[in-house]
Design a protein around this ligand. Structure first.
Ligand code: GLA
Length: 385
């Protein structure tokens, strides 16, 4: 793969590449829509991701090319940039903008991007491209940021340049991911532990609904607002900073402070999901994969019924999984509104599972999903050239 990409770079720019960087995508095992509520999440980096191949230039220009998209951009070094329509290069452009805003002198750079994360699949292709760009710029220009600074800068770009009010989970996972490990991340304190994800006879399947995601960003922002509304209501009597500062017991006691039934449901999901992550961590440390699987199913039901970010495509996959004895648990992963589900599937039965879930889904939805066996990989890094 790397050799091929270096050749492509040479053909496009008519010069040799100087560095190649890689940042993965991610799946989240459990703890959905709670990172922006100060909750606990359990993501892992996957082996699909974004490659960035670069060489400096002396023409004070940034050049953006991608092997996935036809739009290109050549732009002079300026004091600031603004978002340009809905194109892919807004992500790296936003990153450069933030480096410059922070007072860094950035050298002209010829860039070639290539991603093998299915687009719009909810596996964090946007965090992946943000983090690979910030990692590369930091390295090329010796800006002195540490990895956590790059995570925060990338999240800031997503929030303020792209306009999606996401939490920190995705950028954190693609930067700090470790092979075969899940990250237990506290999104309030940003403390984390990388723990071995022991799956025994099971493997992690990713099932892409292949549903085009429309308006996902605006529906996502709507959920963030609903959570803030719930928080303000609870703050009338509770001195808390985030919804995840309380557990289910306290929520039951104070839930009547929230008038709106929909907003109450959103908050109920958040508080219960945070408690589920604690139980999931315990199940993992006791090697109780069955219990972990049950918590995955419960998480999905809550995202479907209380948080309303699932949909017939994701629900159909999870419904199938419940009927298959070779599956321990399944749920949607990431923001939802389409995208991917994950499932814990018996290794020896993986191919059979893949066929059966595909047939079941196609019969109901009308087109096939794509099923992958997921490997848990490392976070962002420079690859040897
Ligand atoms: C998206 C966001 C994350 C997180 C998830 C839902 O992936 O980027 O910050 O909120 O949705 O858990």
């Amino acid at each position: 793969m790397q050799t091929q990409l270096l050749k492509e770079f040479e053909t496009i720019y008519n010069k040799k590449a100087e560095h190649i960087y890689f940042s993965p995508g991610r799946v989240n095992l459990i703890g959905e829509h709670i990172d922006y509520n100060g909750g606990l999440v359990m993501p892992c980096a996957i082996t699909f991701g974004t490659y960035l191949i670069v060489a400096t230039n002396n023409e004070h220009k940034f050049r953006f090319r991608s092997l996935n998209f036809s739009e290109n951009l050549d732009i002079s070094i300026q004091t600031s940039y603004i978002k340009s329509g809905e194109t892919w290069f807004n992500y790296p452009l936003g990153i450069i903008n933030n480096f410059i805003k922070d007072g860094h002198q950035i050298q002209g750079l010829d860039m070639l991007f290539y991603g093998d994360i299915p687009i719009s699949s909810g596996l964090s292709s946007s965090a992946s491209i943000e983090v690979v760009t910030s990692y590369a710029l930091n390295h090329q220009n010796k800006c002195g940021y540490n990895k956590l600074d790059l995570v925060k800068l990338s999240k800031n770009v997503e929030n303020n340049f792209i306009g999606v009010n996401c939490g920190i989970m995705d950028q954190f996972a693609v930067a700090f991911g470790e092979k075969n490990k899940a990250l237990m991340l506290n999104c309030n304190t940003l403390e984390y532990k990388a723990v071995e994800f022991e799956m025994g006879d099971y493997v992690l399947a990713i099932i892409n609904t292949n549903k085009p995601r429309k308006l996902a960003g605006s529906k996502y922002n709507e959920r963030v607002i609903e959570c803030n509304t719930a928080l303000y209501s609870l703050q009338k009597e509770l001195s808390i900073q985030h919804l995840c500062d309380i557990d289910t017991g306290v929520f039951i006691k104070y839930q009547s402070l929230i008038d709106n039934a929909i907003v109450k449901n959103r908050a109920k999901h958040v508080v219960e999901e945070n408690d589920r992550v604690k139980l999931a961590a315990m199940a993992l440390s006791n090697n109780n994969l069955k219990e972990f699987g049950n918590l995955m199913y419960a998480s999905h039901a809550s995202l479907r019924d209380l948080y309303e970010v699932s949909g017939i495509e994701l629900d159909t996959i999870v419904e199938y999984c419940k009927t298959d004895d070779n599956v321990l648990g399944a749920r949607m992963t990431g923001a939802g509104f389409g995208g991917c589900a994950i499932a814990l599937v018996k290794h020896v039965a993986f191919d059979e599972f893949s066929d059966k879930v595909s047939t079941y889904y196609k019969n109901i939805i009308g087109y096939a999903p794509t099923v992958y066996q997921s490997l848990i990989g490392n976070g962002v890094s420079e690859l040897g050239i």
